[in-house]
Design a protein around this ligand. Structure first.
Ligand code: ATP
Ligand code: MG
Length: 579
């Protein structure tokens, strides 16, 4: 249970609730003992009545009535305390589940792009949901039943031994078998449930993808092929479910069989002892009730063991993620950047997962307020360069300096607060247009939002929507055109009013007129800001103070448009082609 030790800190946080839960459990179990004892007493009283010569029916009635009232009272108290036991211990497990989920989520947010490239979203989600649920089972039912079983065992067995030691030994004989069988069965059930879950996950992700790409499927007439694949997955899922049901079907019959065996044993051994005059009839009745009280807790021992094993495996998976560190380390400088110069000093970068060297020995300097144009063929390393400025990654060699300080020395929040980044594949959330723009600046007023949309030349599009800025985007909302998405993302960067503006090919889907207008707005907006514009189009970068040309990760040309257009090379070729 090494992985589960990580969770001890939560037990400590909720220690008082747990202690109260334990105390309540013990008291509840003590109250549940009244029933067998008083049933035994009643039997003895009835036997005594028949054996006595007076046959005093009134006093027998009196004894029985009293016993019944006490049994009812004690059962009510025990029942109520059992309710409280669940309320405390199960609630604690829910609190811990909540804390653990928050902890994992917070940790996910710290991790870097590398982590997200390596692990699938589905995996991240299943660890924060399914694995956490399994861990909760350990704190909830597993802990509760363990305490309950332990309390019951200590109390009941010591009581049984004090009454009739030999009979106790016989009675308890089948219980270990019961426990082992339930353990094996629970293991098999859990194994098959995991398979069922996995098949179900496959089935749902297949369906999700099929419907996301339904347009392609229909236009290529692939419905029969996709339908067949779905059928095969559904069949597999059905078979797994049937296999699970088969194992589950054994659970109760086996339990009842073993409880039956215990009962038989008590009746046979206890009956023989009664006939031999070694015990009272009441003891026999009492023991039958004890056996039935003990069987369920004994069965839970097996069940709990299997829950704990599953929780252990889940917590191990969670711990692997929790122990991952971001490869981007936080720096200590929190004073806001005042002069946003950008300097690359012999920077090289290789993507660790693919081994692709995206940037080789890049050096250039950009003064505060200047605009940098970055051009180059596809795969040349343009996006990577912007990602290094935004510290999505750190260079392997050389230094990226911002405001003449190594970017690594800044506090990440400080650094990113001063940047507005429009990535190549911008992402809009399934919220309103207004909220999507407001993402760049949480306290933005409506007026500022409209202003940013105007600057990004998307305001007239938004005005054309029925709900205007309240238009809902995403799956259940409006689908925007590529150019609209790009411009809303630009508005999001504008509203942040950043010192450094990074635009990654974000005008590729807009027409020439709109492009010109946006570039003009960027120019007036970025008078004292440093701007980097990545583009495949010469028209987007020709106004820039400096242009760099990348080819296969190397900086092959740099200068202004006027200089580069005269130079033989990629830039000139591009310009001629586009002209
Ligand atoms: N996350 C990543 N992991 C591994 N390799 C990557 C990753 N991103 C990019 N690469 C590789 O690094 C190289 C440079 O990619 P980059 O995205 O910087 O090119 P680009 O100049 O922006 O291209 P484009 O004009 O098509 O956007 C490419 O060979 C690409 O395959
Ligand atoms: Mg790119």
């Amino acid at each position: 249970m090494k992985a589960l030790q990580y969770l001890n800190k939560f037990l400590f946080v909720y220690r008082w609730k747990l202690i109260i839960g334990i105390v309540i459990t013990v008291i509840a179990r003590i109250f549940s003992l009244f029933t067998p004892r008083l049933v035994g007493n009643s039997m003895n009283a009835i036997e005594a009545y028949f054996k006595s010569p007076e046959k005093d029916i009134e006093s027998l009635k009196h004894v029985l009535l009293l016993n019944i009232l006490i049994i009812v009272g004690a059962s009510l108290v025990s029942g109520f305390l059992t309710f409280l036991m669940r309320q405390t211990i199960i609630n604690v497990s829910r609190f811990i589940e909540y804390d653990l989920k928050n902890e994992i989520y917070a940790h996910y947010q710290v991790l870097c792009s590398r982590f997200y490239k390596r692990n699938r979203t589905g995996d991240l989600m299943s660890r924060i949901s399914e694995d956490v649920s399994k861990v909760r089972m350990y704190f909830g039912p597993a802990l509760m039943y363990s305490i309950n079983t332990l309390a019951l065992f200590v109390i009941v067995i010591s009581l049984m031994v004090s009454i009739a030691p030999t009979l106790t030994a016989y009675t308890l004989l089948p219980l270990p078998f019961l426990s082992v069988i339930i353990y094996k069965l629970s293991q098999a059930i859990n194994r098959r449930s995991t398979v069922v879950q996995e098949t179900l996950a496959k089935l749902s992700s297949f369906s999700q993808e099929a419907f996301s790409g339904i347009g392609i499927i229909k236009s290529y007439n692939l419905q029969p092929v996709v339908g067949e694949k779905f059928g095969a997955l559904a069949l597999e899922s059905k078979n797994q479910n049937v296999a699970l049901a088969k194992v589950q079907a054994w659970f109760f019959p086996l339990m009842i069989l073993l409880i039956g065996c215990s009962n038989l044993l008590v009746i046979y051994v206890g009956g023989s002892q009664y006939i031999a005059g070694k015990i009272d009839i009441g003891v026999l009745a009492e023991f039958i009730i004890y056996v039935n009280m003990l069987t369920w807790p004994v069965a839970t021992v097996g069940w709990v063991t299997s829950i704990v094993q599953q929780a252990e495996a889940s917590q191990e998976r969670i711990n692997t993620f929790l122990q991952q560190k971001s490869s981007i380390e936080n720096g200590s400088i929190t004073t806001p950047i005042s002069s946003p110069s950008i300097c690359f000093d012999q920077v090289s970068f290789t993507y660790p997962d693919t081994g692709i060297t995206a940037l080789k020995d890049i050096s250039f300097t950009l003064l505060p307020g200047e605009t940098l144009g970055i051009v180059g063929k596809t795969g040349a390393g343009k996006s990577t360069l912007l990602e290094l400025i935004a510290r999505q990654y750190d260079p392997d060699q050389g230094q990226v300096q911002i405001g003449a300080i190594d970017a690594k020395k800044y506090d990440l929040n400080t650094l990113r607060n001063s940047m507005g980044y429009v990535p190549q594949n911008p992402f809009l959330f399934s919220e309103t247009i207004e909220d999507n723009i407001r993402f760049g600046h949480h306290d933005a007023t409506k007026k500022e939002i409209i202003n940013a949309a105007e600057q990004a030349v998307v305001a007239h599009n938004i005005a054309g929507f029925h709900d205007g800025y309240q238009t809902l985007l995403g799956e259940r909302g409006v689908t925007l055109s590529g150019g609209q998405i790009q411009r809303i993302s630009i508005a999001r960067a504008f509203i942040k009013n950043p010192l450094i503006l990074l635009l990654d090919d974000c005008l590729s889907a807009v027409d020439a007129d709109t492009e010109e207008q946006i570039l003009k707005n960027i120019n007036s907006f970025s008078a004292n800001k440093t701007t980097c514009i990545v583009s495949h189009r010469i028209s987007s970068v020709k106004q820039a103070d400096k242009i760099i040309v990348l080819s296969e990760g190397q900086l092959v040309q740099q200068g202004t448009h006027e200089i580069l257009i005269q130079e033989k090379g990629i830039y000139q070729e591009l310009a001629q082609m586009q002209a």
